[in-house]
Design a protein around this ligand. Structure first.
Ligand SMILES: *Cc1c(COP(=O)(O)O)cnc(C)c1O
Length: 218
C-alpha cells in the first residue's frame, strides 16, 4: 500500500522533472510527522531513505525507535530557541527551516561541527508562515554565510501559497526560484519546495527537493 503510494509519487515526479530536463534530478524527503515508526519502516523497505519531521520531540523519538535503520533524517519545522540543543543532538542531515538571522546565529553558537541548513523564504507573504521576506532573502543569506562558522547554508526552502489558486501558488514558487538562481553563485544547490498538493508545479518551477507527507502515507 505505502509502496504503491511511493511508486505513484515517483511516476508523477518523473513526468514533471522531464518537462524541465532529463538532467533535472529531484530528491524526495518523506515527511513522517503524522506517521508511526511502523509506517516509516514500511516506506523504508520500499526504498525511501530520507525522512523529515517538524517537531524536535518527534524526531528524537522516531530516531530512537528506528535506530537500526540507516535513515537520513531532515528537520523541516519551525525551531524554538530552547529546542536547539536537542535538535543538534539528533544531528539531522539537513535543517530546512532557518527563518531568521537571529536563529542562524543562535544555532551556530551552539554547534561545534558542520551542520547543513536551508534558509526558509516566506514566498507567499503569509502572516501565519515563517521565513524571511523574499526582498531581504539574499542579504540575510549572505550575512549568515559571513557570520556563521559551523552552520552552512546550502540552499533555500519555501512552502507554497496556501490556496487552491494555481496562479498564486506558481507565483510563490517562481519568486523563490529567482532567489535561488541569484544564490547559485554563493554555492546554493538545494531548492526545497513542493508538498503533496503542489509538488508537480514546484518541480516545473525548478524545485530539486520535494517534501511529501500525506501522498505517501495516505
Ligand atoms: C507537513 C509538511 C510537509 C508535508 O505536507 P503534505 O501536504 O502532507 O505533503 C512538507 N513540508 C513541511 C514544512 C511540513 O510541515
Amino acid at each position: 500500500m505505502i509502496a504503491e503510494n511511493l511508486d505513484g509519487a515517483i511516476a508523477r515526479i518523473e513526468q514533471a522533472r522531464l518537462e524541465v530536463s532529463g538532467h533535472h534530478i529531484v530528491k524526495i524527503v518523506a515527511i513522517s510527522k503524522y506517521s508511526t515508526s511502523k509506517e516509516i519502516e514500511e516506506l523504508f523497505s520500499a526504498g525511501q531513505r530520507a525522512f523529515g519531521e517538524n517537531k524536535v520531540q518527534d524526531l528524537t523519538k522516531k530516531q530512537e525507535e528506528l535506530e537500526a535503520l540507516p535513515i537520513e533524517w531532515h528537520f523541516v519545522g519551525s525551531l524554538q530557541k530552547n529546542k536547539i540543543n536537542h535538535l543538534l543532538k539528533c544531528t539531522p542531515s539537513l535543517i530546512h527551516s532557518i527563518d531568521s538571522l537571529e536563529l542562524a546565529l543562535e544555532i551556530d553558537k551552539r554547534c561545534d561541527k558542520r551542520h547543513d541548513a536551508l534558509l526558509q523564504i516566506n514566498s507567499a507573504l503569509e502572516e501565519t508562515k515563517s521565513g524571511v521576506h523574499p526582498e531581504s532573502a539574499i542579504d540575510i543569506y549572505q550575512e549568515i554565510e559571513e557570520r556563521c562558522n559551523n552552520l552552512k547554508l546550502i540552499g533555500i526552502m519555501t512552502i507554497g501559497a496556501h490556496t487552491d489558486d494555481h496562479k498564486t501558488i506558481k507565483k510563490s514558487f517562481e519568486t523563490t526560484k529567482k532567489i535561488y538562481d541569484s544564490l547559485q553563485k554563493n554555492g546554493a544547490k538545494i531548492l526545497s519546495m513542493g508538498m503533496s498538493s503542489d509538488f508537480e508545479v514546484a518541480i516545473k518551477c525548478g524545485s530539486n527537493m520535494v517534501r511529501l507527507g500525506s501522498t505517501l502515507f495516505k
